[in-house]
Design a protein around this ligand. Structure first.
Ligand code: SF4
Ligand SMILES: [Zn+2]
Ligand SMILES: [Zn+2]
Length: 341
């Protein structure tokens, strides 16, 4: 499809386009399109710089950029109560964030294993698995793949046909819950996800604007395990934005899945991210200040342990019926109604 590029924003010193028809689809221009002048010196080693990070008042050569990137993750990991010898399960979708996360954790010496939940989205799910497989094979990293359809009874494509609910919120709920269950099955105590600075800042803005105070407690890059069957969650990339992650992927020869989820267009989270991108383009550093002032100004969340057991699947839940069983029942009821009409 013909794309209309209407805006060029600058973030992290690398230009990228915003697609008018799909604001979430931000594709970086090649670095060659915004070259730094010969003689521009890397802030760290004084060699020729290729990457400009205005929000850090820094220029970097590729090696020093990788050092900067790893340092941001090391800094994040210090905030998390994680023993460096405990294996980390990395939730991998095949996108840039999760593959960069896996690469950096592995490079820093953490024992890792990939966990992929195949969502059953025609074309996209197959391409995602191929990207993960190629990445893991080149680095000799172990990973395990589960299917949403096997675990839940319906693929995302099928759920979309059966419900009018926003597919991204249903898909998000299932990913969270089912990844917990597989992490528990894999006997893992820690699950790392690729949420980045843009995701977290966008989510914070959305929660503030709609005054969703019930979500504030969990708006933090580390959540301790609240139950033996639920792993601790961490977001080691929360200090790095999308453009920095794309740059890292390019330097490290990481090839994320090229296809986009066909349902990503409607996600409202794109609007909040775009608003923050606008502020960032005018005032570099705003996004970081916004998120970090919140994260650094609060206590890390406590592990509330007030769980019961779902009467249908016996998984831990706050209610009589867990959200996964409740959704599965709704979908089955819809199918019965359709059959009886
Ligand atoms: S864009 Fe929406 S439907 Fe697609 S994978 Fe993400 S959350 Fe799921
Ligand atoms: Zn350098
Ligand atoms: Zn249940």
């Amino acid at each position: 499809m013909h794309k209309i590029w209407y805006h060029i924003a600058r973030s992290g010193g690398i230009s990228y386009h915003l697609d008018k028809n799909n604001p979430g689809n931000r594709e970086p221009m090649t670095k060659a399109s915004v070259p730094l002048p010969p003689g521009a010196k890397c802030t760290r080693c004084r060699q020729q710089a290729h990457i400009r990070l205005p929000q850090h008042h820094a220029l970097f050569c590729p090696d020093c950029f990788v050092h900067f990137f790893h340092s941001a993750v090391v800094r994040a990991m210090k905030k998390f109560a994680v023993d460096s010898t405990v294996p980390i399960l990395v939730a991998v979708s095949g996108g840039k964030d999760s593959l960069a996360l896996w690469d950096v954790l592995h490079s820093l010496g953490y024992p890792t294993r990939g966990l992929h939940l195949s969502l059953g989205i025609k074309g996209f799910s197959e391409a995602s698995a191929e990207a993960i497989s190629a990445f893991a094979r080149e680095r000799n990293l172990p990973w395990v793949r589960y299917s949403l359809e096997d675990a839940f009874g319906y693929s995302v494509d099928e759920i979309r046909r059966r419900t009018r609910r926003k597919i991204c919120s249903v898909c998000g709920l299932l990913k969270r819950q089912i990844l917990n269950r597989f992490a528990s099955r894999e006997r893992s105590k820690v699950l790392a996800t690729g949420h980045n600075l843009d995701d977290e800042a966008g989510r914070l803005l959305g929660n503030l604007m709609r005054h969703r105070t019930q979500y504030f407690e969990k708006q933090y890059p580390y959540l301790p395990s609240p139950h033996p069957m639920i792993p601790a969650k961490m977001k080691p990339l929360y200090r790095l934005d999308s453009v920095e992650i794309l740059t890292y992927c390019s330097i490290r020869s990481i090839e994320p899945v090229g296809a986009k989820c066909p349902y990503s267009r409607g996600a409202t989270s794109h609007n909040y991210k775009e608003a923050l991108d606008f502020l960032e383009s005018r005032m570099p550093g705003t996004k970081r200040d916004f998120l970090f002032s919140y994260v650094n100004g609060r206590q890390s969340p406590s592990a509330d342990a007030d769980f019961g057991t779902c009467r249908q699947c016996l998984q831990p839940t706050y209610a009589d019926l867990c959200s996964v069983c409740s959704l599965a029942n709704q979908l089955r009821d819809t199918a019965k109604q359709v059959e009886s009409e």
